[in-house]
Design a protein around this ligand. Structure first.
Ligand SMILES: Cc1cc2nc3c(=O)[nH]c(=O)nc-3n(C[C@H](O)[C@H](O)[C@H](O)COP(=O)(O)OP(=O)(O)OC[C@H]3O[C@@H](n4cnc5c(N)ncnc54)[C@H](O)[C@@H]3O)c2cc1C
Ligand code: FES
Length: 274
């Protein structure tokens, strides 16, 4: 059993932060890796990336958006409550080496994951430019934390309620046009955002890593549920990823596969609140 030691509602009650006591995982986990949790005995297993950790206190932080049955159930939990299983670290850590100037692009809840990766790139000695976007001001998360990590930070909102109006790709295009020292772009967010970031960086020939989020079941490379096509080859996101070279990812196939169970997911949420 794993205890929730802190709960924080971050954005209009739909993005929640849990600090969970998990000393063994906190000791080992690195930026970009994830856990799979099961809230109770009959619960489904869902993957969530670790947004931060405190190795000494034995705490891991997860930040999740309430989108369906399990995340809605998690929202109803409080400090002191227990989660049945937390398994991890899973996946490969982000390759945060010293390479010079990097641009970290995050959208929506993706900023939670990006923040941990951006911190690793900063600690490795890179000049970190952050671009983070949200639908509107209310949905923006971790602004102060990103400000502390990034040497420059641009914020966009789709509706212009905060920062620059528009999508993250607009300031990214400006940076790519103005600077020739950008060695890497790392993008984490909705699939369509990552696809558009890669379309742009391909044009400027800048290497771009993306963090993929297919449906996962076991998280250990056994079930094949998380298969993605990269460079025309089948890869398992849970063991080969979640980070891949964006210019080689078949985003359209990922979008199709992730929409396969929309009806079942809706039904299971409706059934659970009846
Ligand atoms: C490696 C990885 C890391 C992730 N990290 C985060 C994170 O840090 N924060 C966050 O908010 N979300 C994260 N996600 C997505 C998160 O796992 C889903 O939002 C969650 O599983 C939804 O479950 P649900 O029952 O609430 O919703 P459902 O109604 O069951 O599903 C809603 C949507 O969530 C996705 N989803 C559902 N089940 C799974 C599953 N077993 N595996 C993967 N995706 C699923 C699908 O796209 C689905 O359409 C991550 C996904 C992956 C693969
Ligand atoms: S989740 Fe089963 S192979 Fe990756």
């Amino acid at each position: 059993m794993f205890q929730i030691v802190r709960k924080q509602e971050m954005a209009a009650g739909t993005i929640i932060r849990f600090d969970i006591s998990a000393p063994k995982i906190a000791k080992k986990i690195k930026a970009g890796q994830f856990i799979i949790l099961r809230v109770n005995e009959t619960g489904e297993r869902i993957p969530l990336t670790v947004a931060d950790k405190d190795e000494f206190a034995g705490i891991i932080t997860i930040i999740f958006q309430v989108v369906g049955k399990t995340t809605a159930l998690m929202r109803s939990l409080n400090e002191g409550d227990l989660i049945k299983d937390v398994v991890g670290p899973l996946g490969r850590p982000a390759e945060a080496e010293k390479i010079g100037t990097v641009v970290m692009v995050g959208g929506g809840t993706g900023v939670a994951i990006l923040h941990h990766v951006a911190k690793a790139f900063k600690e490795a000695g890179n000049y970190v430019i952050g671009i983070m976007g949200a639908k509107d001001k209310e949905m923006l998360i971790l602004e102060n934390e990103m400000k502390q990590i990034c040497d420059e930070l641009i914020i966009t909102t789709d509706d212009g309620s905060y920062g620059e109006r528009g999508f993250v790709t607009q300031p990214l295009e400006k940076y790519l046009g103005e600077r020739d020292d950008i060695k890497l772009v790392h993008a984490i967010g909705p699939i369509i955002m990552m696809k558009n970031v890669v379309k742009l960086t391909d044009k400027f020939k800048v290497k771009t890593m993306v963090s993929l989020n297919p449906i996962m079941i076991d998280g250990t490379g056994m079930c094949g549920g998380c298969r993605v096509k990269v460079n025309n080859e089948t890869r398992f996101c849970c063991v080969d990823g979640p980070d891949f070279d964006g210019s080689k990812v078949d985003f359209d196939e990922l979008i199709n596969r992730n929409s396969l169970y929309i009806k079942e997911e809706k039904d299971s949420l409706l059934f659970s609140i009846r």
